[in-house]
Design a protein around this ligand. Structure first.
Ligand SMILES: [Zn+2]
Length: 345
């Protein structure tokens, strides 16, 4: 009896000791995981744990090396980004670098119009998509990006966003960057618009994105038809919104098929060597072209840079409220049962 008790006691002491050692080791791992510099280490652990039977998958070095992050805050964000092991495609195009943009004062990007910030190095590209969200085409673009584990910047139209908020939410859920492209795709350089109408187009576009997502968008903006109205450019500066032109226009909206888009982009890229590429997730041919285009980028040695904003945009509360009212045309708060009753079935 005494022996049995002694044995039980010894077992309990051993169990406690094992748990304490395990806990200490687990804490140490969490600390390593929190340090961006050691991103490769826990990732290797996870890879090894997930695929012990396949040592070829558990290569820790490339996972970290392929994602270079600029800026301290971006480094934190990179830790929360799904690890490379989440990518099912070992030959994916991926994201080679994440850049964080401080949008204070409204910097402009895209050498077709703004030549101040030459941040891309040779063979680096930024993928951008305008005019969505749209059924079939936007989800197809998203799938192509997902299949290659790569990221882009989306500039949705406010009205389209109110038609298909669930599609925009898919874009956000995929970790893509989302800015805005006005409320109704009006040419903001048109003499027909007053300054107030121009501002309304800008603000309502951003508020529509916020309404769809439930969170504020990135302060990234692209003018419809790349028509940069000088007064609006100045206004966006006061709102600390970055303005996007492009380095390379795919002219996908007038392409006769997917092949033409691929050819235009690759020909221009091979000549220019790098750049922000303008495309449209609204366009069917673009959705069709994307899987092959992304493969061609990979084969050509091009690397994708993801652009993120340092802060989100503070939308104007009065514009948010007006938009919500527009979507709810009556002020009735009566419950459904008092308004609609089944009287025969
Ligand atoms: Zn557009």
């Amino acid at each position: 009896m005494r022996n049995a008790l002694g044995l039980m006691l010894a077992s309990v002491v051993t169990a406690v000791a094992i748990t304490a050692v395990w806990f200490w080791m687990a804490s140490a791992r969490v600390e390593i995981a929190a340090a961006p510099a050691a991103l490769g280490a826990p990732l290797a652990d996870r890879l090894a744990a997930a695929a012990p039977a396949n040592p070829a998958i558990a290569k820790p070095a490339t996972a970290r090396d392929e994602v270079e992050v600029t800026g301290a805050i971006a480094a934190k964000a990179a830790v929360s980004v799904p690890p490379k092991s989440a990518c099912a495609n070992p030959d994916a195009l991926g994201v080679s670098r994440v850049v964080e943009i401080d949008t204070t004062g409204g910097p402009g990007f895209g050498f077709e119009h703004f030549k101040q910030f030459d941040f891309l190095t040779d063979k680096e590209v930024v993928l951008t998509f305008d005019d969505g969200p749209w059924p079939y085409n936007t989800p197809a673009v998203l799938k192509a990006l997902d299949d290659e584990c790569t990221k882009a910047v989306f500039f949705p139209i406010g009205k389209h966003t109110t038609y298909h908020p669930e599609i925009l939410r898919q874009v956000a859920a995929a970790g893509q960057t989302i800015g805005s492209h006005t409320w109704s795709h009006a040419n903001l350089n048109s003499k027909k618009l007053t300054e107030e109408q121009v501002r309304d187009e800008i603000e309502k576009g951003f508020s529509a994105v916020k309404l769809a997502l439930g969170v504020a968008p990135s302060p990234f903006f692209r003018f419809p038809e790349l028509q940069h109205n000088p007064a609006a450019v100045a206004y966006l500066g006061t709102r600390n919104v970055a303005i996007f032109s492009c380095d390379l226009d795919s002219f996908d909206f007038r392409a006769k098929d997917a092949a033409q888009i691929i050819n235009t982009v690759m020909t221009k890229l091979d000549k220019q060597g790098k750049g922000i590429i303008l495309m449209h997730d609204f366009q069917r041919h673009t959705a069709e072209a994307l899987p092959t285009l992304l493969r061609r980028l990979k084969a050509g040695g091009y690397k994708v840079v993801q652009m993120k904003a340092k802060t989100t945009l503070q939308t104007l509360p009065e514009v948010d409220e007006a938009l919500i009212k527009d979507k709810v045309p009556t002020a009735s708060t009566r419950p459904l049962g008092s308004v609609v009753q089944t009287v025969s079935e």
